[in-house]
Design a binder for this molecule. Structure first.
Ligand code: ASP
Length: 224
């Protein structure tokens, strides 16, 4: 067991958290309601498992399965849509997942960022977990997920690390994308440089979600 994980276990102050995304792209207005509804449903399902089993891995599997089965996101069956999840459980174990059909019009044999460790996703129990979405070639060139973990290792918060890495991706390779991040202590980050990214988070029984830049809604009972 690593030192960080050991100290997490001793402190027992970690608030389990889960975040999900439904891909970073120009989601049309016509899909807004359905996407907002689906993303909340998925994060709730994941959160239930997170509390019930206290397992970050089981929780992200549940959330990604819910998104894959949702016709609005549909990463399981069709085209280009991408979904992902990250979580931390009360023991400080982190997990991340990204599921994609790639991008529209991709060449046969294209390898995107998702199967590349450190690009479409990364997690390290000593630091945190990241799931990325967006232009795969750009994400791969800057090794986006691992770069975020590196910034966190250097002391940045999850949010600061997410924003910094995406801005590096813009500057270095003119690529856009989005990320969800959680540290092994439950600090969360959400950032994107695309027009929109559907995301939701749940921690301490509070559900937040958004789609447009800067949008952060707290779900009310009527949304549940
Ligand atoms: N990153 C994925 C890819 O390039 C696409 C996406 O996130 O929508 O394969």
């Amino acid at each position: 067991m690593s030192e960080a994980t050991e100290s997490n276990r001793q402190c027992k102050t970690i608030l389990p958290a889960i975040l999900v995304h439904g891909g970073a792209w120009a989601v049309p207005d016509s899909l807004r309601d359905a996407v907002n509804c689906g993303i909340q449903r998925a994060v709730r399902k994941g959160y239930e498992v997170l509390l019930e089993k206290d397992s970050a891995l089981d929780a992200i599997e549940e959330a990604v399965r819910a998104l894959e089965d949702d016709p609005c996101f549909n990463a399981g069956t069709k085209g280009h849509d991408t979904v992902g999840a990250v979580a931390v459980d009360s023991l400080g174990n982190v997990a991340s997942a990204t599921s994609t059909g790639g991008i529209t019009g991709k060449e046969a044999g294209r390898v995107g960022d998702c199967p590349l460790v450190g690009c479409g996703r990364y997690c390290d129990n000593n630091i945190g977990a990241v799931s990325s979405t967006g232009h795969g070639e750009s994400i791969s060139k800057v090794v986006l997920a691992k770069t975020i973990i590196m910034y966190m290792q250097q002391g940045l918060s999850s949010q600061e690390a997410a924003e910094k890495a995406l801005s590096v991706m813009t500057q270095r390779v003119q690529g856009s994308g989005g990320v969800i991040v959680v540290s092994n202590t439950g600090d969360i980050g959400i950032a994107f440089t695309t027009e929109r990214m559907s995301w939701a988070s749940m921690q301490n029984d509070q559900l937040c979600y958004g789609l447009d830049p800067g949008e952060n809604n707290i779900a009310t009972i009527s949304n549940i």
